[in-house]
Every structure is written in C-alpha cells, then in structure tokens.
Design a protein around this ligand. Structure first.
Ligand SMILES: [Fe+2]
Length: 288
C-alpha cells in the first residue's frame, strides 16, 4: 500500500506524507436524498473526483465516520461502489450513523477494521505518519463514547511509538463546539481521552467528523479539528438552543501535510468548482 510513502531509507529532512481527510458522506441507497434535500451520493462522487485530481497526489485518504446514513447494508453497498473510483488508499472509521457489523461485512478486504473483536479501532504503521482510528459509535445513540478498554488500548498503542508523528481519528468531537444541538451529542468523557492523549506528545492532531464543518480547538497537548462535511454542513449558529439545521455551504476537505522539516500543517480546500487560479504578477510586476 502506498509504496512511495514507505521510504524508510529516504533522508530524514525530505521525508513527508500528504494525508487527505473527508467526512460524513451519509450515503443513502437507491438515489434517496438525505433529509429529503441532499444528494449525498453525488456529493461523494464530486469529492472523489477532486481528491483524484489533487497535485501533489495524497498518499492516503481518511474518512472520519458517518459513511452511510442509517447503517443499512444497501447503503454500504452504494458507498463501496462510489468509493471504488477513488484512486488512493483509504481508511475508514465509523460514526453514529454507521453499523459496525454491516460496515465490516461490506469491507472484508479492509483488514485493519478487524484488528479488534468488538470495536473498529485500529493502528496503521505503513506511512511516515502513524494513523490511529478510534470507534466512538454507540449503537442507536447520537453521542459518542470510548470504552475503558479502548482508552487503555490507545494508551498502549501510542506508548509503542513515542517518536513517530501520529494522527488520532475519532468521529465525535471531544470539545465544546458552541453549536448547541451538536454539543448535546459529543464524545462523552472527553477528559478521559485528554488524559491519554496528554501523555503522548507525538499526537499531532485529533481528527474528528460529526460537526460537518471545519472547527479547531486546543485539546490536551495537541490540536483537535473537525473536517467539513463532504455534502451538507451543520449551520454555523452559536445561539444557545439554536435549531438543529444544516445548510448547503460549499463542501470541503482537509489536507494534512507532514514533513520531517516542518512538522504537520493542515489546509482546508473546497470541492465545488470556483474561478481561478489567476496570477498576482505579470511582466511588469504586481498587477495594478
Ligand atoms: Fe454526520
């Protein structure tokens, strides 16, 4: 997988890894619209087309949960069919809309999903950046939780490679976003996760989905950030008791670029077409 990224003999200052992240595709089967409004299947197709055309080419793609809308097998079949067009390695975690067993059944070739019996938690060591996926889904509940066993596994896993830059991915946000209806379904006991993350300085980011928009917050000794939705975005409404609304803001993705020389830097890009690029300069210098 991603041979060009397995450059263990590459001189240290030039080692790098480019990681794309998309989130919350919420795929439905049979062309059905999510919430009677959103063509999530088409949105994921657009996102995949964008990711396939990125230059430089990402080494891998992370999808941070809510892969489908109601956890149904036919939704996973549709998701898998669309995902087949992605020309990059991809790693998945579940969100509150997912079903662990149906997800596993749909992706038997994604062997990392089978590292633990009960949870879809995993570690991938094939790249210069270590990838850790957590499973915060709670069957039939919108909030997230990490079991004591999962937290202990995370602690042990992170302790095994203290010097390797690491991304930890968990669907539910472990911080207060200020969007009230989403903060009623967060990762519960975030302090328990913070206690673990805080012990491991190599964690460059805690990457989330769930919030359907780009939000950053300090968390433990690192940065927690949520990824935009690949289709619909949760409304930016910071009023107390604001309604549970979404809107069709331009969907986006994150690009996490790690290099040995500069560390981890994260960019946000947009999926839909837009004008440009245009030059700043012509033959006479800065264009007036
Ligand atoms: Fe979602």
């Amino acid at each position: 997988m991603a041979d060009h990224c397995l450059k263990t003999s590459t001189p240290e200052p030039t080692r790098q890894c480019l990681i794309a992240q998309i989130s919350d595709p919420h795929i439905k089967a049979g062309g059905k619209l999510s919430y009677r409004q959103v063509d999530t299947a088409n949105a994921l197709r657009q996102a995949i087309s964008k990711l396939n055309q990125l230059t430089p080419r990402p080494d891998l793609v992370l999808i941070s949960g809510d892969l489908v809308d109601f956890g149904h097998p036919d939704e996973y079949a549709t998701f898998k069919k669309i995902l087949a067009d992605l020309a990059l390695p991809v790693y998945l975690i579940p969100g509150n809309h997912d079903d662990r067993q149906h997800l596993r059944n749909a992706f038997p070739e994604h062997r990392y999903l089978f590292q633990h019996n009960d949870y879809l938690q995993w570690v991938v060591d094939d790249y210069p950046v270590r990838l850790v996926g957590l499973d915060s889904s709670v069957p039939d509940k919108p909030h997230g939780e990490l079991s004591e066993e999962s937290l202990q596994w995370l602690d042990k896993t992170l302790a095994a490679q203290p010097d390797k830059p690491t991304l930890v991915m968990v669907h539910h946000h472990p911080f207060v976003s200020g969007i009230d209806h989403m903060d009623r379904q967060p990762l519960k006991r975030p302090e328990a996760l913070a206690d673990v993350i805080g012990q491991h300085a190599q964690v460059e980011r805690v990457l989330c989905g769930h919030l359907h928009r780009s939000i950053q917050a300090r968390f433990a000794n690192t940065l927690a950030m949520s990824c935009p939705g690949v289709s619909h975005q949760v409304s930016l409404d910071l009023t107390p008791d604001g309604p549970a609304h979404f809107q069709l803001e331009p969907p986006g993705y994150l690009l996490h670029h790690w290099s040995a020389a500069s560390g981890m830097v994260t960019h946000q890009g947009f999926i839909d077409p837009y004008p440009g690029p245009f030059p700043f300069y012509d033959a006479n210098g800065l264009i007036d």
